[in-house]
Structure formats: structure tokens, C-alpha cells
Design a protein around this ligand. Structure first.
Ligand code: ADP
Ligand code: MG
Length: 263
């Protein structure tokens, strides 16, 4: 069953015994078009509870579109997407139910520049979830400590480095207590010296059992935390495997070519 939120605390309680056997995400025969352009073709993907998936593939292969379909920032036209047992349809009430369970972190952090870090973290919990301000701030400080920048709480985004801003963006998602985290190339806009601090946060989330889909070209990260690497090209899943096999023994020419270019 979907989780329940108690208005008083804003805390999410979960009926884990009921949900643990259900996949977190199930995509069946899914297609998407942008106008005439067939961008996703017959996508089939099941992500178990606590599973960590890395999606790799050339630019334009549909990676962003796929994960944006999972929290319905984009609509698919054929097939099914089922998130925490709820099928994504045009029924808006259910979409909200799903979105609150799915956090998303983008390449560009999309923080509000005129709000402090603390305000960025408490905005949605207060206004979307109805969490009392003090409780929202306590949760925000908890996650700022998790991403190791509690001392930045009262600064503005422009005063932080790119790596710090991306850690704020991750903390902001965690404040909504999602069950699933989607990452879309979270380190690709960062200066090289800031990549590790963001990957370290993602690794610790993975180690704690968060269900994650990460679009990334950080193959070291994929080797370390992924249960499965999915390779996409031209809107299709070309192959998938556990990381050791994926890297040492790619099956398809397109995968071999891609790996030869990035490794
Ligand atoms: P990736 O994340 O793998 O680089 P995208 O999912 O962003 O790929 O894009 C897949 C394809 O869809 C690309 O050819 C891109 O140009 C196209 N595309 C992406 N967004 C739109 C859109 N809103 N309208 C039309 N075409 C789009
Ligand atoms: Mg993309």
C-alpha cells in the first residue's frame, strides 16, 4: 500500500511488510513520442525495492526522458509505468501520490537563488506537505548534516560552490522522505574536484538501501554501488548486466563502442 503521512508530524510511516515484495518501479512495454519522434521504444524495466540502477548511454539516447517519465515530468503514450504499485495515468490525484515518493536530482541544481539554504529545504515540506515550520527545519538540518554542510544553512545558493549546491539539492529531495531517488547526471556540471563529494553522498544513500536510478557516466560509481547497469541507445535498452559483467564482457557492438569512448 502507499505510505501514509500523518498531518501532525509530517513523518512518513510505511507498511513495509505489505510493500517489500512489490517492485519499486515496473515499466512494461513503454513507448514515448515527442510529436513524430519515437524517443523511447518498448522499454521494459523492473526495479526492486532497494535496488540501485545505473543508466548509461550516449547523449540523446533517451536516458533523461526515461527517468522523467518515472515521476511523470513527461508523459508516455503506450505501455505501463507502475511506481510503488500505482500506475501512472492521467489521474492527477494519483500522480501527486507518486511524486511525493520519488525524489529527483538534476544536473543543474535548480535551487531558489533568493532563498537561504534552509528556506530552500523547508519550502516544499511546509507548503506541499503541511509540515510545521519547526519540524521542517529540524528535518532540514538533519539532512544538511547528512550531506556535511550544516554550517551553510543560512547562506544563499550563490555563496556555495557547485558541489555544495548539488549536496543541498540532494538534501532538499531527502527532506520529502522519498522512497525512490532519481539522479540525472548529478555530477556532470561540476568541476572535477567537486565530483567526489557528491558521489560520496550518493554512495552513502545507496549503502543505506535507498532505491536509486542514476543516469551517470561515473563508471567508478557504477562499479561500486550499482546492482545493474542499463545501457541505452536510440531510445532502447540495448543491454543490462551487473557491473562486473557489463564492463568486462559487453555483448553488443554499441556498448563496446560506448565503453571504449568513456573508459
Ligand atoms: P539523453 O538524456 O540520453 O541525452 P534525452 O532523453 O534528453 O536523452 O533526449 C532523447 C532525445 O529526445 C534527443 O534526441 C532529444 O533531442 C529529444 N528530446 C528531448 N526532449 C525533447 C522535447 N521536449 N521535445 C522534443 N524532443 C526532445
Ligand atoms: Mg540527459
Amino acid at each position: 500500500e502507499p505510505s501514509q503521512t500523518t498531518a501532525a508530524s509530517g513523518q512518513t510511516t510505511r507498511q513495509d511488510t505489505a510493500t517489500s515484495t512489490k517492485p519499486a518501479i515496473e515499466i512494461i512495454g513503454m513507448h514515448k513520442w515527442y510529436g513524430d519522434f519515437h524517443v523511447l521504444r518498448d522499454i521494459n524495466l523492473t526495479v526492486g525495492d532497494g535496488e540501485r540502477i545505473v543508466i548509461a548511454g550516449p547523449s540523446g539516447s533517451g536516458k533523461s526522458t526515461l527517468i522523467r517519465c518515472v515521476n511523470r515530468l513527461e508523459e508516455h503514450q503506450e505501455g505501463q509505468i507502475i511506481v510503488n504499485g500505482v500506475e501512472l495515468t492521467a489521474d492527477l490525484k494519483r500522480i501527486d501520490e507518486v511524486r511525493r515518493e520519488v525524489g529527483m536530482v538534476f544536473q543543474h541544481f535548480n535551487l531558489f537563488p533568493h532563498l537561504t539554504i534552509l528556506q530552500n529545504l523547508t519550502l516544499a515540506p511546509i507548503w506541499v506537505r503541511g509540515t510545521p515550520k519547526a519540524a521542517a527545519e529540524a528535518t532540514a538540518m538533519h539532512y544538511l548534516e547528512r550531506v556535511k554542510i550544516p554550517e551553510q544553512a543560512n547562506k544563499f545558493p550563490g555563496q556555495l560552490s557547485g558541489g555544495q549546491q548539488q549536496r543541498v539539492a540532494i538534501a532538499r529531495s531527502l527532506c520529502m522522505q522519498p522512497r525512490i531517488m532519481l539522479f540525472d547526471e548529478p555530477t556532470s556540471a561540476l568541476d572535477p574536484e567537486m565530483v567526489k563529494e557528491v558521489l560520496d553522498v550518493m554512495i552513502s544513500l545507496a549503502e543505506e538501501g535507498m532505491t536509486m536510478i542514476c543516469v551517470t557516466h561515473e563508471m567508478g560509481f557504477a562499479r561500486q554501488v550499482a546492482d545493474r547497469v542499463i545501457f541505452m541507445d536510440q531510445g532502447q535498452i540495448i543491454e543490462q548486466n551487473e557491473p562486473e559483467q557489463f564492463f568486462s564482457n559487453p555483448q553488443h557492438e554499441r556498448t563496446k563502442l560506448f565503453l571504449s569512448q568513456i573508459l
